[in-house]
Ligand binder design. Sequence first.
Ligand code: FES
Ligand SMILES: [Fe+2]
Length: 344
Amino acid sequence: MYPFRAGSYAPKNGWYVAGFCEEIGKALLSRWILNQPVVLYRKEDGRAVAVEGRCPHRHFPLGESKRIGDAIQCGYHGITFDAAGKCTFVPSQTAIPGVYSIRSYPLVERGLWAWIWMGDAEKCDEALLPTLDEIGFNIEGLIPQAFYSMPVDGRYQLLNDNLLDLTHLGYLHSSSIGTPDDAATPEVRDLSDRRLSSRRYIRDTEIPPMHRSLTGHQGLVDRVSGMDFFFPGFHAGIGEMQYPHDHERAGEIIRTSRVWHAVTPATKNSCNYFFAMSGRSLEDLSRAKISLEPVLKEDKFATEQIEKIISTLDELPPELMLKSDATTVQGRRILQAMMDREMV
Ligand code: FES
Ligand SMILES: [Fe+2]
């Protein structure tokens, strides 16, 4: 499906963010991931688990069922499954064949996030997870915080495309985090087997409106803006503002930020979007959280409006491709190649 080849939806063999760790508690949390219903919860010993969210008997949602100890008792006819997915009780019979089970998925808590592996269990490998160092999580003096967990009514790749093409900052977010220089400055790309990164080094540029109000800085700045896309669904963003190279305080940092966007396919036409960032202090974070909410809503709005158009048209005309789409195209190709490898 668009923007991938017909029949391709999303890579399965990869780590996706199922939720922020802080979202997972004693209560059963239902979430669609890769077009599958999933239930997330924390066992009595504090360990977070993820199991299939559909009862194999009559397809009742297990996320709307009852938790008994570490097990889930289906809310329809009472079949019970433990946290590993094994059926432990059937009210109407004593024999419980081994096939009476649901899937349980590998779930790893790292940083602020609980990462799920929905694909081939044999290919599951924790070494494929982004490390906290490579996403800029452990920077001294910066405190990471989960901001928003947002359902979006648009296919996940629209949000990946959005994050791979930051030329939208000066337009979709013209009143907050971007200026036309974001689009006018060419980007520098770098690809490894784990991530695709892009950087823009913007010199003598107007400070974007939101950063002006957060820092109180009025004049021009030199800034670095970039994003590292860890396949298949995590983007680590970097923003750094300095006094311009010809200023008497040249090189001095005015503001540094690290932001993290996780994009997880929910259904074919919807996704889960998790946004987090780090700041110098809790006060800094609470001001940024208030300022960024409308910005994230602009991205959600764009994604949902585009989804409406592309899923309603009888036939989708080809896109107009710009020079600045090179990173987006490369990101799409990488995901398509992951999907192709899963088909053989
Ligand atoms: S649907 Fe779950 S026990 Fe019948
Ligand atoms: Fe955006």
